[in-house]
Design a protein around this ligand. Sequence first.
Ligand code: PSV
Ligand code: MN
Length: 424
Amino acid sequence: MLLEKYKIDGHNEALQKAHSNRLAYCNTNIENAESIIEKLVAFQIAIPSWALGTGGTRFGRFSGGGEPRSLEEKIEDIGLLHALNKSSGAISLHIPWDIPENPAHIKALAAQHGLKFDAMNSNTFQDQPGQPLSYKFGSLQNVNKAIRRQAIDHNIEVIRHGVELGSNSLTVWLSDGSCFPGQLNFREAFQNTLSGLQEIYKALPDNWKIFVEYKAYEPNFYSTTVGDWGQSYLYSSKLGDKAYTLVDLGHHLPNANIEQIVSLLLMEGKLGGFHFNDSKYGDDDLTTGSIKPYQLYLIFNELVEGMDARGMDHATDLGWMIDASHNVKDPLEDLIQSVEAILIAYTQALITDRKALQEARQNNDVVKAQEILQHAFRTDVRPLVAESRLRAGGALDPISLFRKEKVREQLIKNRGTKTVATGL
Ligand code: PSV
Ligand code: MN
């Protein structure tokens, strides 16, 4: 389904007056509002193909209905999202969940919706029907050479699909690890994984990057072979210039200082990509900013500071993506909320008074440093984010328009209540 431009315009007209008042107030408090709005318009967050259906847990899955049944319908859903917020201009595919049967057609369809292809994701954490060898005891780390070969070949195949679509990066997340002490020789598992990644690296086209994603645990519970940023950094450093660490916010042990991790990876030029979500315990599936918005702001603060220190382009030099899939919310509404939370945190980082912060640090004025950060965090920047959407042609209030136009009801009518999107 398409959301016609006149509906978005009508919605915006009705809200324009109240929005202008809020924006005028915001502009009086924020000096560089214009340049912030420009940065917000440029900032795009990729949507993963697997976030459009209802996620399940090992205890069950409660479908909300109207889920996309094919890659075409996933693209359509992200197109809808992008029409509403103008900040979701890219899709990230997971192979084999999203094998494009006709790449030229898929590419053209995505272009019609104004979407690009972000990082491609390989999957060696599940066995697929007809797959000759099992990943039960790991893929690239496996003690069996033939299984390692199968995993390497799969990743090379994913690169091939990505080339056809115009993507230029591969994200490798391995569930490899062990559930019990003694199950693995850690060094051997590392070396096997490294040599597998080296083979995959060799298959990367010149303009491609590889992102090595880490995760502390799950599905393995005793050790994970790419378990933290240190291990990912080790792999990416040994691989070479085209290899980077990917930070998924939900992949840390409780209380990890993610902002510090981000800062140091940026300093080393090894931060490549980001998966946004939020977590309460050890999850990676909650809506971005729903639990720890202050942490999200602190992370963005380091991102902006670190990227500026290296002269990087905020919009294009890192891969920005949401990685979550929901049990209880409408997936599209959830994604609208996540994108909004990301843009708010980004804006708050942009308005942070860095000069004053530097001075406070120089004077060991801890109180002042906290005041500066919390001032930015407590500033209501939503009118700036809304204005950037308006200028780009999106909706001032995407969720209310989504509901008013009964988008989910229409998707259910077109696709049915029992559809299941491929993914987890
Ligand atoms: C693993 O939890 C992960 O974060 C990786 O990015 C996967 O590719 C993705 O989720 C989907 O399962
Ligand atoms: Mn992830």
